[in-house]
Design a protein around this ligand. Structure first.
Ligand SMILES: [Zn+2]
Ligand SMILES: [Zn+2]
Length: 260
């Protein structure tokens, strides 16, 4: 089986056919879905959706793009929400210096606060980082204090950065952008990540694979990514599926899977 470790099924892109999308994921062997929140409203929506389905797992985050939209009171509410709803991870959180309306200062402030929250709750973090590797790594090191467990989602940096990330015990997760014609150097990175330090995700509704490029992505497309990555690495697809799923179960502390 496969686990989509990062999707946003609660986004309105799925309002018209959410149940069909979830059913299709199962048909294509994507049994567990980790549904990722990005701000207070989507954290709530992600949690609600997870309540309706035992194979959907919610997280609570504050995306860097939304880091400037929350007041200190709002942040306290978010902390309360995490205590009450007990998400499977804190994320996505991080830094994004590519076309963000939020300043680096406010992004860093909220990122640091969210890491502290994850450590307090003993939860792993899902990190979003774009054009900001050095700052991201520095904060993960200084604030994580060697105790923080995390994944860098939609990994899009180079092999050297990957090594630094692995050195602090983090995992890397890959999306269908690996299948893009212009994936280039990212393919070299995806080849060298140890099998036990890697997870797969769609980041649906974003980043549809090359064959559906420009369209809405959905968890069922994870099978394309698994197939593509298995061929790239010269491993059997079932081996790749088993390793990446085991990693995800361990990382998020998910229940063992049983066919219903
Ligand atoms: Zn992201
Ligand atoms: Zn995302």
């Amino acid at each position: 089986m496969l686990i989509d470790t990062h999707c946003h099924l609660h986004f309105d892109a799925f309002d018209a056919d959410r149940d069909a999308v979830i059913a299709r994921a199962r048909e294509f062997d994507v049994k567990y879905l980790v549904n990722v929140g990005t701000d207070p409203a989507t954290n709530e929506a992600a949690w609600k959706l997870s309540e309706s389905d035992p194979f959907i797992f919610h997280t609570a985050g504050l995306h860097p793009h939304h880091s400037n939209e929350i007041t200190d009171e709002g942040f306290t509410e978010l902390e309360k929400f995490v205590e009450e709803k007990d998400p499977y991870a804190i994320g996505e959180i991080g830094l994004d210096y590519f076309k963000s309306e939020a300043s680096p200062e406010i992004q860093k402030k909220r990122f640091i606060q969210m890491i502290a929250l994850a450590l307090r709750r003993e939860l792993p973090v899902i990190v979003h980082s774009r054009n900001a590797f050095d700052d991201t790594l520095a904060i993960l090191k200084s604030e994580g204090k060697g105790k923080l467990k995390g994944v860098m989602h939609c990994f899009s940096y180079d092999t050297e950065s990957l090594k630094k990330l692995l050195d602090i015990g983090f995992l890397a997760s890959f999306t269908c952008n690996l299948t893009f014609k212009n994936a280039g150097a990212l393919l070299d990175v995806a080849k060298v990540v140890p099998l036990d330090r890697m997870m797969l995700e769609t980041d649906s509704p974003y980043l549809a694979p090359q064959i559906y490029r420009g369209k809405r992505n959905e968890p069922a497309c994870l099978t394309h990514l698994a197939q593509y990555l298995a061929e790239l690495r010269g491993v059997d697809v079932e081996t790749l599926k088993r390793h990446t799923s085991d990693n995800a179960v361990r990382f998020f502390d998910l229940p063992p899977y049983h066919e219903s």
